[in-house]
Design a protein around this ligand. Structure first.
Ligand SMILES: *Cc1c(COP(=O)(O)O)cnc(C)c1O
Length: 396
């Protein structure tokens, strides 16, 4: 396999961190590859995934959408039905359970839009462990509902006043906390990014998605799908879907990034489609930077896709052409958001709507193909963004 002990996928990944963080990452690596692989741990995690989070999620044949798009036979993997409304809970339950087994007394996390913060606070409330979430001051203002959810779950939300007061500054602040409190504290990362072992560990926790799809599609169609499609922010829902099919060479992977206002505007988050190689948050990967090497601010109508990096394993998939990466714009995503809501009665998260938009735009290319699309989350959280969009449209 492409993975080795140092966490490289081809040339991507690794562990580019200040020396002071190395002991904590070493401890985590050892714990994950021993405790995390034990039967007891797996059984306990499976118990919570099933009885608490709501797994397995359905693989739903979207007959109306398939008919409307007149090309592919489309199945939706319903991660939107999980507790807290998205796939993120698969990962936070795994990491928080591991933290408890390691005897850690305190969890920290960073969050942008607040979804990962809520999923972490939820797992901490369930498993009875203290939780602090770093969040940029700008995001605290923009995402007041999620801040209230976290506080209701008894997490401490710490506004970060540095830099652009958004996600990347929150990550830096969380790392600073970790360095100071290494003995007692576990850092729960929200996607397949960061230094080794996070990209591998988060991918493993999310792989439950692809494993279920494999079993479910064989039951329903007696064959593997032609295409797997997922949106890509940091890359965890896409890796979770793709990874169990890695060796099935006939199964094609498509990752859809946020094209925002268009690739020529710089207001987008299309890391793999238009970025360069570099080191971000401890890993060698693709990222968006300006000509001076500063990390660029990103934009997407979907809060969860608004990140300037991407998981190193997806960079490897790009380089080896195992997956294809593409983009759709904010407008195309919003149009797909309404389409899925109207024809299937499923209001998708704006992130997931990017994947739907790609299929909608290119449906003629998928004639008679069997397609599985990962519906990573539900759209309740995005209704204010939609309201604003409709108001602006009416004023035009
Ligand atoms: C956070 C989020 C994403 C993006 O994160 P990935 O790590 O790329 O999966 C996608 N969809 C939803 C619903 C999210 O909440």
């Amino acid at each position: 396999m492409v993975f080795n002990r140092k966490g490289y996928f081809g040339r991507y990944g690794g562990c580019f961190v200040p020396e002071i963080l190395m002991p904590a990452l070493k401890e985590l690596e050892e714990a994950y590859f021993s405790l995390g692989k034990e039967k007891d741990f797996q059984e306990e995690l499976d118990y919570y995934l099933k009885n608490y989070a709501g797994r397995p999620t359905p693989l739903y044949f979207a007959s109306h959408l398939s008919q409307k798009l007149k090309g592919p036979k489309i199945y939706l993997k319903r991660e939107d039905l999980l507790h807290t409304g998205a796939h993120k809970i698969n990962n936070t339950l795994g990491q928080v359970l591991l933290a408890k087994k390691m005897g850690k007394k305190r969890i920290i996390a960073e969050t942008g839009a607040g979804q990962h913060g809520v999923a972490t606070a939820t797992a901490c409330a369930l498993l009875g462990i203290k939780c602090a979430v770093y969040m940029g001051e700008e995001d605290v203002k923009r995402q007041s509902l999620n801040v209230l959810r976290m506080r209701t779950l008894k997490a401490e939300v710490i506004p970060v006043k540095n830099g652009s007061r958004t996600l990347k500054d929150a990550i830096n602040e969380a790392l600073r906390d970790w360095v100071t409190n290494i003995e007692t504290t576990f850092y729960v990362l929200g996607s397949v990014v960061g230094p080794h072992p996070y990209p591998t560990m988060v991918r493993d926790f999310q792989s439950v998605i692809g494993k279920e799809v494999k079993r479910q599609i064989m039951e329903k169609e007696k064959r593997l799908p032609d295409y797997l499609i997922a949106c890509v922010g940091g890359g965890s829902n896409s890796m979770g879907l793709f990874y169990p099919f890695y060796k099935e060479e006939k199964v094609n992977f498509i990752g859809v990034e946020a094209g925002g206002l268009g690739l020529n505007t710089k207001k987008h988050s299309a890391t793999l489609a238009s970025g360069e190689r570099g080191v971000l948050h401890g890993a060698l990967t693709y990222l968006l930077q300006d000509k001076d090497g500063q990390v660029r601010l990103t934009h997407s109508v979907a809060p969860g896709l608004d990140y300037s990096g991407v998981g190193p394993e997806l960079s490897f998939y790009k380089e080896t052409k195992r997956a294809k990466f593409t983009t759709v714009t904010d407008k195309e995503a919003i149009s797909a958001f309404f389409l899925l809501s109207e024809v299937e009665g499923i209001i998708p998260a704006l992130e997931s709507a990017h994947a739907v938009a790609y299929l909608k735009k290119n449906c003629s290319q998928f004639k008679n193909n069997l397609v599985v699309l990962n519906l990573s989350g539900r759209g309740d959280k995005d209704m204010c963004i939609i309201e604003r969009f409709l108001k602006e449209k009416n004023n035009e």
